[in-house]
Ligand binder design. Structure first.
Ligand SMILES: Cc1cc2nc3c(=O)[nH]c(=O)nc-3n(C[C@H](O)[C@H](O)[C@H](O)COP(=O)(O)OP(=O)(O)OC[C@H]3O[C@@H](n4cnc5c(N)ncnc54)[C@H](O)[C@@H]3O)c2cc1C
Length: 444
């Protein structure tokens, strides 16, 4: 494995300074000086002028792709632009099956151009830098663009300080060598390479505290990596470290899979809080022990995308720096022309693709209705999640749930909730059907 040294890190830091210049520009702009950016980014993006009410959606993940599509369904006259920094969509859901060699990369890779063409909106391959909410303009690395309504769906970032990692060099090493595999496709590729090339020993996975992206995945991933070790005769042990007493979701289904299918490969370490991680000595310090690992994929606590903070739209009271929104209309920062949705939201909804999609359908309907001067009642998102726990045969478990708000206690609760913890092949097939149905919906 190529080694990253402190000298290399100095070079990285130099690159960091360039982006930090941008960040401080963003921060300035958030505090009221987008004029500074306007003087630098004076050209408009290469798009035809708006044909009517323009809704700009930032972020082409499960949330943004759904919102852009359903805006055109509920408001065919809306001029919709999806701004996404990636040029290819690689899906997180089903990436675990790719990791385990059950599907090809093609099965989870899609073109933003196809999505835009089939669904009748414009795709702008650009990164959002700042927003001037007064003049309703966004600034991207490709120029500026005016909006009537703006929807932010930038997803999440990691919080490495939650692992007791404060040294920027260590943070960079952790991100590079032991990526969590919950935000970018490059992380998935590195993780797959790690699993395929593992020479044996201790492979550590972690499940973060708080509400994290896809609550079933750390447990599903342990099963899928264990199945690869079994299939390829790798003499490896997986230690899954969790601060909880049992898996965050589908506990019974995962515990029986660990026990019955991977008893000699997976050690599930419960009620274990990580105090610090040293990527140089490959040591995790917990309340009880020092764990020295051979390889790892370390998942820190997540937080709302940092972009929201730069824009002054993160809630400082939120432990995970999620978006400051009205829970029913998704309006951000009290601005009736700005919305935020998807995994960056603060509500205790599952941070999952299916949830982001169903929520996005409602939000698109709301924005389209408002453009016509109407309001619509709130609709709960719907969470459906299949987890593949066995690969030969392909067997899965699943959970389902909706959400309701109790005004008396000001708390969110669940309804129509159920889990099916008995793994079987029928659910294994449904896991793939669920994904294909969603890909068809987003990409036509
Ligand atoms: C391994 C894994 C497995 C999963 N499995 C499942 C599953 O089986 N079922 C399920 O329902 N969910 C699953 N999930 C969760 C699901 O992927 C997320 O909940 C979902 O992606 C959230 O959608 P989002 O649009 O909010 O965020 P994202 O999908 O992260 O999209 C955010 C987008 O915003 C873009 N962006 C950010 N900043 C900018 C900027 N400044 N300018 C332009 N673009 C920007 C990013 O490039 C990204 O494309 C899984 C997640 C992982 C990691």
């Amino acid at each position: 494995m190529a080694k990253l040294t402190r000298r290399d890190f100095t070079k990285l830091s130099a690159a960091g300074i360039a982006s930090a210049t941008l960040s401080s520009g963003q921060a300035d702009a958030a505090s009221g000086s987008p004029a500074a950016l306007a003087s630098k980014i004076s050209r408009g993006v290469d798009l035809p002028p708006a044909k009517g009410h323009r809704v700009v959606v930032i972020g082409g993940g499960w949330s943004g792709l759904t919102i852009a599509k359903y805006l055109k369904i509920h408001g065919p006259d809306l001029d919709v632009v999806l701004v996404e920094r990636r040029s290819v969509f690689i899906s997180h859901p089903i990436s675990g099956l790719w990791l385990a060699g059950m599907v090809n990369l093609d099965a989870i890779s899609f073109s933003y151009l196809d999505a835009a063409d089939v669904n009748g909106y414009a795709y702008l391959n650009a990164s959002l830098i700042d927003v001037d909410r007064e003049s309703r303009k966004i600034y991207t690395d490709q120029g500026w663009l005016a909006y009537d309504d703006l929807v932010l769906t930038p997803g999440v970032d990691y919080n490495y300080a939650s692992l007791g990692v404060e040294d920027p060099y260590h943070e960079q090493l952790l991100k590079t060598r032991y990526p969590a595999g919950f935000v970018s496709a490059s992380e998935h590729i590195s993780l797959k390479n790690k699993v395929q090339n593992f020479q044996g020993g201790l492979f550590v996975l972690t499940a973060p505290p708080g509400i994290y992206r896809c609550s079933a995945t750390p447990y599903e991933r342990a099963c899928l990596i264990a199945s690869v070790f079994k299939k390829t005769n790798i003499k490896g042990k997986i230690v899954l470290i969790d601060s909880r007493e049992e898996p965050a979701v589908s506990a019974e289904g995962f515990l029986s899979a660990f026990d019955e299918l991977y008893g000699d490969t997976i050690e599930y370490m419960t009620s274990t809080v990580i105090r610090s991680v040293d990527p140089e000595t490959r040591t995790i310090v917990t309340d009880f022990d020092n764990i020295v690992f051979d390889d790892a994929s370390i998942y820190p606590r997540i937080r709302g995308a940092r972009l929201l903070e730069h824009l002054g739209l993160a809630d400082p009271k939120s432990a995970q720096m999620e978006a400051a929104i009205d829970h029913f209309t998704y309006n951000a920062g009290g601005d009736k022309h700005v919305y935020a949705a998807g995994d960056c939201r603060p509500m205790p909804f599952s941070k999952s693709g299916g949830t982001a999609r169903s929520e996005g359908v409602y939000l698109a309907k709301l924005i389209a209705a408002r453009a016509m001067g109407k309001e619509i009642p709130w609709e709960s998102p719907h969470t459906v999640c299949f987890s593949m726990v066995n690969t030969e045969p392909r067997e899965a478990i699943m959970v389902n749930g909706k959400y309701q708000f109790d005004k008396a206690s000001s708390q969110w609760g669940h309804f129509e909730n159920f889990a099916i913890n008995e793994r079987d092949e029928a659910k294994g097939e449904k896991a793939l059907e669920w994904a294909e149905e969603h890909y068809r919906d987003m990409f036509g």
